[in-house]
Design a protein around this ligand. Structure first.
Ligand SMILES: Nc1ncnc2c1ncn2[C@@H]1O[C@H](COP(=O)(O)OP(=O)(O)OP(=O)(O)O)[C@@H](O)[C@H]1O
Length: 577
C-alpha cells in the first residue's frame, strides 16, 4: 500500500501514542535519575580501591557503604516506577484503540475474509507488549551509552577506544540482526498463523471430519502446515539465538578485555586500580541497553509488524462518520439501479436492479442457485456496499443511517445461522448487555420458538455454544428468526428461512410474515421452496444477477409455468421451431 494511502491509519496510531506524552516524559525523568545513579557503583569502586584500601579506614568504608545502599535503593525505586509507568502506557494505548480496532476488524471481516483483520487484535496487543517491555525502557537508557563511554574515555583514552569499538561492534551486530531476522520471523509468524487457522477450522468442523473418515487426511493437511511452521520458527529462533549468543559472549569478553587493558595501564602507572574496576562497571552499563534490545528483538519485530498491519487496516477501514440521527423510518424500500460486485470479485453478482416494496408488503425473490439472492440480501442489510445505484429505506440511502440503528430497523435471517456462546436469551437479544426479557419472549413467540425453548433444560437460560451442538438445524433457524425479530424491525429479510423447518416451523414462519405485514412492516424472502413465498404479495425472479420477472405473485408464477410449458413443447420432437 502506498505511503500516502496509509497516512490516516498511521496518524491515528500516532495520536493514540501521543496521548501518553506526559507519561513518556515522566519515564524520561525517572530514567535520567536512574542512569545518573548508575554511577554509584563505579564511584563506590573508585573510593574503595583508591581511598579506603589506601587509608585502611573502616569508618569510611561503612559510611560509603551505607550511602551506596541508600543510593541503590533510590535507583531501584526509579527503575520500578518507570517499569510501572510503561506498563500503563501500553495498557492505555491498547484501551484507547481497542474499540476502534475491534470495529475495523468486524467491519472488514463482515465484507471479506482478510488476513489483516484476522490478526488486528493480536497486532494491537503486540504493540502493547512492546510498550510495556524492557525493550522500550532500553530506548530511554541508550542515550546514556555515549555518556558512560565518555566517562571511560576520561579515565584513559585507550580504555575509551576499546569501549567505543566494542560498542560499535555490538551496534553493528544489532543492525545485522535486524536486517537478517526480519523476514524469517515474519515468515515464521505467517505460517504459524496458517497452521493455527487450519486447526481451528478442522476443530469447528470436527463432526464432519470424524463422520466422513477425514481424520487422517485432515491430520496430514494440518501436519504439513505445522511442519512448515516449525521449520520456519526453528530457523528464526536459530538466527535470533545466534545473534544473542554472539552479543552475550562478546560483551563478557569485552568486560574482561577492559579489565586486562586496565591492569596493563595500572602496571604502567597510568591508571589507578579503582579506575580500572570503575571502567569495567561503566562499560557494562553502557552496553546493557544494546544487549537488552537484541534479546527482546522478537518482541520489537512483532510490534513493528503489528504497527504496519494496523496502519493499513485502519486506513482501509476509516472511522465511522457521525451521522445525523434519523427518526425510525417507515418500511418503504426503494432499490434503484442496484449493482453489486462481491468483495474481491471482478464480476457483478447483481446488475442494475430496481424494485420497490411498500409498507405492509412481502416480496419473494426466487431464482436458480447463484442467481444473486443472497447477494441481494447482503446489499439490503447494508452489509455489502453497492458498486452502483442505491438502496433507500423511507427515502434515505442505507449509508445515511447509523449502522447500529440500521441493524435494529432491519431484521436479518442469514442463510447459515451462526449463534454465539451464551444463553438462548442472550442470543435472541443479540448479546445486548441490557436485554429486555419481554422483548426476548415476544420475539421467540413470534418465531414460534417459545415452546421449544421452554422445553430446553434451563429454558431461556440454557447455555448454547457457537457450534450449537445441542440444537437441531430447525431449532437454530427458529432462534435465528427470533433474533431477527428481537429489535422490532420494520423490514425483515429472510434468506432461505425454511431450509431446515418442518411443517409447524414453516407455518410459524408464515404467521410471522403475516404479523409483520399486518403491522405495516415489510418482508423480503429469498427462497427456493414454494412454502416460503406463500405469504408474499409480489414475486421477483432473478437469473444471473438480473431481474427477469416482477409482479403479483400468482401472475409471475403462472407466467413461469406457461414459459416452462412452452419451452417443454418447443424442445419436444416436432415442437415449435
Ligand atoms: N462472498 C462472496 N465472494 C465472492 N463471490 C460471491 C460471494 N458470495 C456470492 N458470490 C458470487 O455471487 C453470485 C451470486 O451468489 P448468491 O450467493 O447471491 O446466489 P444465490 O442466488 O443466493 O444462490 P443460492 O440459491 O445457491 O444460495 C455467485 O456467482 C457467487 O459466486
Amino acid at each position: 500500500m502506498q505511503k500516502t494511502m496509509i497516512q490516516s491509519g498511521s496518524d491515528e496510531l500516532r495520536a493514540a501514542r501521543q496521548e501518553s506524552r506526559r507519561l513518556y516524559w515522566a519515564v524520561a525523568v525517572f530514567s535520567f535519575f536512574a542512569n545518573l545513579l548508575m554511577l554509584t557503583g563505579p564511584i563506590y569502586m573508585l573510593q574503595i580501591y583508591d581511598r579506603v584500601l589506601g587509608s585502611r579506614s573502616v569508618e569510611t568504608l561503612v559510611a560509603l557503604t551505607v550511602l551506596v545502599a541508600f543510593l541503590f535503593g533510590i535507583m531501584g525505586l526509579m527503575d520500578y516506577a518507570r517499569g510501572r509507568i510503561m506498563a500503563r502506557v501500553g495498557a492505555r494505548f491498547q484501551t484507547r484503540l481497542d474499540k476502534r480496532v475491534f470495529d475495523a476488524v468486524v467491519r472488514k471481516s463482515a465484507v471479506q475474509k482478510d488476513e489483516r483483520a484476522e490478526t488486528g487484535l493480536a497486532d494491537l496487543e503486540s504493540i502493547q507488549r512492546l510498550m510495556s517491555s524492557q525493550a522500550l525502557i532500553a530506548v530511554f537508557d541508550i542515550p546514556w551509552t555515549p555518556f558512560f563511554l565518555a566517562a571511560i574515555l576520561i579515565f584513559h583514552p585507550w580504555l575509551g577506544y576499546l569501549a567505543i569499538t566494542g560498542g560499535a561492534i555490538l551496534i553493528l551486530v544489532t543492525v545485522i540482526n535486524q536486517v537478517t531476522t526480519r523476514r524469517p520471523m515474519a515468515r515464521a509468524n505467517t505460517v504459524s498463523h496458517q497452521s493455527q487457522m487450519i486447526a481451528n477450522q478442522l476443530r469447528e468442523e470436527a463432526e464432519m471430519v470424524q463422520s466422513m473418515g477425514m481424520r487422517d487426511a485432515a491430520f496430514q493437511r494440518w501436519q504439513k502446515a505445522r511442519d512448515a511452521s516449525l521449520k520456519e520458527s526453528i530457523h528464526a529462533a536459530d538466527l535470533g539465538g545466534t545473534y544473542s549468543s554472539i552479543t552475550k559472549t562478546f560483551r563478557l569478553f569485552l568486560q574482561s578485555a577492559i579489565l586486562g587493558l586496565g591492569a596493563y595501564l595500572v602496571l604502567q602507572d597510568e591508571l589507578t586500580p579503582g579506575a580500572m574496576i570503575a571502567a569495567s562497571i561503566l562499560l557494562g552499563r553502557a552496553l546493557a541497553p544494546i544487549e537488552l534490545a537484541i534479546g527482546q528483538w522478537p518482541v520489537v519485530q512483532r510490534a513493528v509488524r503489528g504497527w504496519s498491519n494496523l496502519e493499513i487496516l485502519l486506513s482501509e477501514v476509516r472511522p465511522e462518520v457521525e451521522r445525523t440521527e434519523l427518526p425510525k423510518p417507515e418500511s418503504r424500500l426503494d432499490v434503484v439501479q442496484l449493482t453489486v460486485v462481491p468483495p474481491g470479485e471482478a464480476q457483478a453478482a447483481l446488475r442494475v436492479l430496481s424494485f420497490s416494496v411498500q409498507p405492509g408488503q412481502a416480496l419473494g425473490v426466487i431464482g436458480p442457485s447463484g442467481a444473486g439472492k443472497s447477494t441481494l440480501a447482503k446489499a439490503l442489510t447494508g452489509h455489502w456496499r453497492p458498486a452502483g445505484g442505491k438502496v433507500r429505506l423511507a427515502g434515505a440511502s442505507l449509508e445515511q443511517y447509523e449502522p447500529e440503528a440500521l441493524g435494529h430497523y432491519i431484521g436479518y435471517l442469514p442463510q447459515r445461522v451462526q449463534l454465539f456462546d451464551g444463553t438462548i436469551a442472550e442470543n435472541i437479544a443479540r448479546l445486548s448487555p441490557d436485554p429486555d426479557p419481554k422483548l426476548i419472549v415476544s420475539a421467540a413467540q413470534k418465531a414460534d420458538a417459545h415452546e421449544m425453548i421452554l422445553q430446553m433444560p434451563d429454558g431461556y437460560d440454557t447455555q448454547i455454544s457457537a457450534s450449537s451442538a445441542r440444537l437441531s438445524g430447525g431449532q437454530i433457524q427458529r432462534i435465528g428468526l427470533a433474533r431477527a425479530l428481537y429489535a422490532d424491525p420494520i423490514l425483515l429479510i429472510l434468506d432461505e428461512p425454511n431450509s431446515n423447518l418442518d411443517n409447524s416451523g414453516s407455518e410459524a414462519l408464515n404467521a410471522a410474515i403475516r404479523n409483520m405485514k399486518a403491522e405495516g412492516k415489510s418482508v423480503i424472502v429469498m427462497a427456493h421452496r414454494p412454502g416460503a413465498i406463500q405469504e408474499c404479495d409480489t414475486l421477483m425472479v432473478l437469473d444471473n444477477g438480473v431481474k427477469v420477472a416482477f409482479g403479483p405473485r400468482d401472475e409471475v408464477l403462472r407466467e413461469r409455468v406457461l414459459n416452462a410449458e412452452q419451452i417443454q413443447k418447443s424442445s419436444a420432437p416436432g415442437g415449435v421451431q
